[in-house]
Structure formats: C-alpha cells, structure tokens
Design a protein around this ligand. Structure first.
Ligand code: CUV
Ligand code: SF4
Length: 649
C-alpha cells in the first residue's frame, strides 16, 4: 500500500500533528480503493439495463454491454462526458463573468466598474465592435452581449475561434470540430453519449474535441478576458505562499473557489479603514486575507494576496486552527470542509446558489449588493476572532512568489510597450537557449505524493532549459515550493534558460493565473505562431502540456482543447481510457496526425519528463532548428522570419 501524503512541507507538518479522529482527503484516499473497472473507463452506467462492466472474455469473445456496446464505445463515451462536465464548469464560469460585465455596463452592479479600458477596446476590436468615441459602458455592453451569444448560438462559430492561427483553424474545419455554440456542443455531447446513440469511438471523440475547443477558445477564454477587463490585466506582483501565511494576531479570512467577483469586492472592503478599526475593536491587529485554489490565483495575480495552496491544502488550512472564516463560491470545494470546520471555531460560508453544502452558513452572493455582502462576510469573520480556541499551527514559513504573468505582460517584458513582441522568445527557442515550452498545470492529488510530481517536473524541466508556464494548482505547488522567483533560475535553470531569465529578470517558471487562464497559453502559442520562425500553427511548436496530478473533469476538457489546438499533452495517474486500446490509439496517434496534438496518460514521473522532452526535441528537429545541446547556442540572436529561414536552407 502506498502512503498518501503531501510533498508540501507545511502541509505534512500539520498532518503529522493531526488528531486521530479527524480525516482529510489523505486518509480517505488511503481507505477508498478505486474501482479498477471504473478507473480504466470500462464501466457504463448510462442506462438502467446496466450498469455494465466491460471486462474479461465471454467464450473467447470480448464482453459487450446488454445493448451490445463494446468497450471502445463505452470508454469513448465516458471520456466525452468528462469533457462535457469540465467544459460546463468553466463555461458557466465564463457565462457568469459575461453576465457580470453586462450588469456593470447596464448600471446594475454599481459596486464594480470597468478597470481595464485598453483591454476592453482590444477585445471589442477582435469582436468587430466599434470603439471610437464610444463610452466604455456602451462598448462593454456590446462585448458582453456578443460573448453571451456564443453560448446559445445554433449555427456559425464561437467568436474567439478566429484568434487561432489560420492553419490550426483549417484542421478544425477539415475534421468538423469548429464549435458553433458553447451550450449546443455540450448538449450534443450528452445527447450523443446517451444509450443507443453514437457508438463509433472516433466520431464520439471528435465531438469531444469540438466541446473542448468551445471551452478553450470560448467559455474559458472569455472568462480570462472579461476578468481582465473588469478587474485589471495582471502585471508582476510579489506575494507569499504557504500554509504559514496565517497570522496569530489577525483575523484570517480565506477565500476559496474560482470566480473572482465576490473575492475582488472582499479585497476592496478589507482595505477600508473602518473595517480595520472594527477588527481592532475585537482585539485583532488587522485582517489577513488569504486565498486558496484558483480564487487565490486570481487575487494573487491582481493584488498580491497570499495563497495557502491548492486542492489538497484546503482542509489542512482549517487544521491550523487559525482560520476565522473560509468563504467559497464554486468548483473544487471539498464538501468535507463543512464537517471539518465544526472541529474548530471556523465559519464555513457558501455563497453560490450552484454550490450549496449542508452545514455551511449560506450567504448568497448577488452582484448588485456586492459591497454589502462582502462586508457582512468580513464582519462575520471578525466577530469570530474572539472565539478562536487553538493556539495555531505555529507554522510561520512562507515563500516569496512573483505572479502576474498575463499574456500581455509576457509580450511587454520582451521589449516594452512599443516594441513588445514574441520575437525574443521565438529567437531564444531558435538559438537553443530555450529548448521548448511546457505548460505545467492542473490539480494536485492525494492519490500520489500531493504536489510532489509538480515539484519534481518543475525543477527537471527548467534544468533542461525548458521554460515553464504554470496555472491553477500547479502554480500553487510551485509557489509553495519557492520556485516562482527569479532566483530559482540562478539556482536551478539550465545555462540557456538562465541567460534569458537574467536578461529579462523573470523567473524560469511563470505564474499565468487560474485554470481558466490556461487560455493565456493558447493566446501566447497563437502569438508565437504569428511571430514567425517557428511553426505557422500551434501544432508543431516545441511545446507540451503536462497535468501530472490531474483529478478534475475540467482538466480533461483543458487537456483536450490543447490537443485539438496542436499541443501534445501528458496526464499523470492511471489512464481513464486504459480499457480501450482503440481509444488510447485515437487520442495518442490519430489526434497527433490530424491536429498535431495528443492526450496521453503516463503515471511514472520520470517517463512523463522523457516523453515531454522527446516531443520537444522531435518538434525542434521537424522545424529544422538547431539541435539542443546544454550550454551551447548559436552565437548571435537570429532575427529571421519564416521566409528568410526557408531561403537560407
Ligand atoms: Ni480550476 S481544477 S484542483 S482549483 S487545478 Fe486546482 Fe483550479 Fe484542479 Fe481545481
Ligand atoms: Fe449497458 Fe449499453 Fe446500458 Fe451502457 S448503454 S449500461 S453498455 S446496456
């Protein structure tokens, strides 16, 4: 039996002191044996003739479901439903952001105002919305309306698909996966995977990709862009990360979940001198606002709010005994928090109608009363300060973090406001200083040494001169490990990557934000293709996605949109398609031929690393780039476009 624990230092210290009668996901992971049939994708419970378990042989023939569905069909349907589930989650997140933008534009959410007019104009111009001489609210109303139409559109194309490189779009057109409307594709996924519908694994999986593209270039991307418009496009900011961020003499308020709308208002209200005086009146020195999971990423990127970590730290944070209140909205919130909080003085507060948990205090968020609700929540936390019973976890270590690498800033840092471009990055890849780029993203997971595989891969990748872009709980894992600072480049990066980082002053691992902000990586990849000198499409770039500890359906959606966009993606853990050789082959090989991307599963961390490096080196070779050798680069910075490079061959 494996021992389930966390590779996060502070987390393991707290777990070691844990009273025996308290369970966390780590203990539950040890006790809960995964069903091996479900784990490999071979369980179908789509209709009530089943559930059918498609394992073993029957008189030498493959076992079929009662309806006759074979294992390939069942495995494919299960994956497509996962993609649909994850896409719904991030799609609804995008929809909520668009509705907030609309409410702000219509004066129905008066506590908010549009912070980034530049970005508003940029998005408006992508959507062909007139900006000249118009009031920001009018532009915002049109932008919100245009993006909201992406959900219910029946025919046509999701708007942001046009941001993908032309060659990438051609592949989508050829294989019929250009998404029409976000909701339509998800409904069709549910339809096709119902009993008696699509039984052809390839056809099913192609639709899975269509849903995923609607998520990546639709729901998730609009979420990122609108969040920037409303709350500001991130620029680098210093923050702290660790379970040691809680303060014994202050009110500790944790904001956990995903949508930053309420969190932004809480950030604003905790800075109000009147509320600080109120906290003082209860004997607290101040209010210490802390983030958890992707809400943490959102407010860290924009305000430098400290993060307590990712998925597996959520319960442990309460076990410090220092949390006056944890307020949650949607996504990745363990229902366990409600019961766990009863062991401490902690108030556990749910705020979304979509995510209610029994035993929680429910204060429903309404955007037209945002300030009032934020104030109510903060006061509840302050009033709870005097009820604190425990002395605290006495963990004080915390790591400095530099976050805030929006795609706009990454462009800016390579040459300034007027000369910003992706030329230097492309050149660094061409010259061999940077071997390639990896998006190291996704959840942390108690089924493995939690955050441990993220940490291992992060260091190994930068040692190999691979620039790492990170989001979500991967970013939290790297942050808590102390890897998100420029000094990490000096200490761990290979010579070429170090040189680039030193010239620009950036860390070798860039924190790009929350899970929806994986779309920033799409935007960067599209910009790299447009810049020239590498691939003309996203496919063929020396770039790989890795989600080594994934657990969420959202991860499956994200992995699939990267695969469809042309990025080979490697997921850790046991393969949820292991039961079907055919589905595995389609996702690994057929997708690679058609889209130059793939989604594959590999549980061994060393193998994940070598697979990733292999994809990168093969892409370099196919692009006829200099063979990567550590410490040797082509002397001068080459400034050639695709045509010039072709001519010189
Ligand atoms: Ni959507 S999806 S555990 S918090 S990255 Fe974090 Fe980010 Fe996975 Fe969830
Ligand atoms: Fe069994 Fe077919 Fe029903 Fe699935 S759809 S549960 S395989 S009978």
């Amino acid at each position: 039996m494996y021992e389930s624990k966390s590779a996060d230092n502070a987390a393991s210290q707290i777990l070691e002191q844990k009273p025996a009668d308290i369970d966390t996901c780590f203990e539950r992971a040890l006790k809960m044996k995964p069903c091996p049939i479900g784990a490999m994708g071979a369980c179908c419970r789509i209709c009530h003739m089943g559930p059918c378990r498609l394992v073993g042989k029957d008189n030498g023939r493959e076992v079929k479901g009662i309806c006759g569905a074979d294992v390939d069909t069942v495995v494919a349907r299960n994956v497509v439903r996962m993609i649909a589930g994850g896409s719904s989650c991030h799609g609804d997140h995008g929809r909520d952001m668009a509705l907030t933008l609309l409410a702000v534009a219509n004066g129905k959410a008066r506590d908010y105002r549009i912070k980034d007019i530049r970005k508003l104009n940029k998005i408006a111009s992508i959507l062909d919305i007139e900006t000249g001489g118009r009031a920001a609210d009018d532009i915002a109303r049109d932008v919100a309306t245009a993006l909201l139409n992406d959900f219910g559109r029946q025919i046509g194309e999701v708007n942001f698909v046009r941001r993908a490189p032309a060659k990438t779009r051609k592949r989508w057109e050829k294989w019929g996966i250009v998404p029409r409307g976000i909701d339509r594709e998800i409904v069709e996924a549910m339809d096709r995977t119902t009993m008696g519908m699509d039984a052809d694994p390839d056809s099913l999986l192609l639709h899975g990709l269509r849903v995923a593209v609607a998520n990546g270039w639709g729901g998730s991307m609009m979420s990122t862009e609108i969040t920037d418009i409303l709350f500001g496009t991130p620029t680098p900011v210093k923050a702290a990360a660790s379970l040691g961020i809680f303060k014994e003499d202050e009110v500790n308020l944790v904001i956990h979940g995903h949508e930053p709308t309420l969190a932004e208002m809480i950030v604003e209200v905790v800075a109000d001198p009147a509320i600080v005086i109120y906290a003082n009146s209860k004997g607290a020195k101040g209010i210490n606002l802390c983030g958890m999971c992707c809400t943490a990423n959102e407010v860290m990127m924009r305000h430098g709010i400290a993060s307590a970590g990712g998925l597996t730290n959520q319960e442990i944070s309460l076990m410090t005994g220092l949390v006056e209140a944890m307020v949650v909205d949607v996504q990745c919130i363990m229902p366990a928090l409600s019961e766990l909080s009863k062991n401490f003085h902690t108030k556990f507060i749910t705020t979304s109608r979509k995510a209610r948990i029994l035993g929680a205090v429910h204060i429903e968020f309404e955007e037209d009363r945002a300030r009032e609700i934020a104030t109510e929540i903060i006061k509840l936390a302050i009033d709870n300060f005097t009820r604190r019973t425990r002395g605290g976890s006495h963990i004080t270590e915390s790591r400095p973090v530099i976050a805030g690498f929006s795609h706009e800033y990454i462009e800016f840092m390579q040459g300034g406001r007027y000369n910003g471009s992706f030329r230097p990055l492309n050149d660094a890849i061409i010259s061999g200083r940077i071997r390639g780029v990896v998006g190291l993203v996704g959840c942390d997971n108690p089924r493995v040494l939690a955050t441990g595989i993220h940490k291992f891969l992060a260091l190994e990748l930068i040692r190999n001169d691979i620039l790492v872009l990170t989001t979500g709980c991967g970013a939290a894992a790297c942050g808590n490990a102390g890897y998100l600072i420029p000094e990490a480049a000096l200490e761990h990066a290979g010579p070429g990557l170090r040189e680039v980082c030193e010239a620009i002053g950036n860390p070798p691992i860039l924190h790009l934000g929350s899970c929806v902000d994986n779309t920033r990586i799409l935007t960067i990849a599209a910009a790299m293709a447009a810049e020239g000198g590498l691939s003309e499409e996203i496919g063929g770039m020396p770039a790989v996605g890795i989600a080594p500890e994934w657990m969420s359906e959202k991860a499956m959606a994200i992995g699939s949109y990267f695969a469809a966009s042309g990025v080979p993606v490697i997921f850790g853990g046991e393969s949820p398609v292991a039961a079907s050789k055919e589905v595995t082959r389609i996702m690994t090989e057929v997708w690679y031929q058609r889209f130059r991307g793939a989604l594959r599963f590999e549980s061994d961390p060393e193998s994940i690393l070598s697979l990733a490096i292999d994809y990168i080196d093969r892409a370099r070779e196919a692009l006829k780039l200099r063979k990567y050798e550590p410490g040797t680069f082509s002397g001068e910075r080459v400034l050639m476009d695709m045509a010039a490079r072709r001519a010189s061959k």
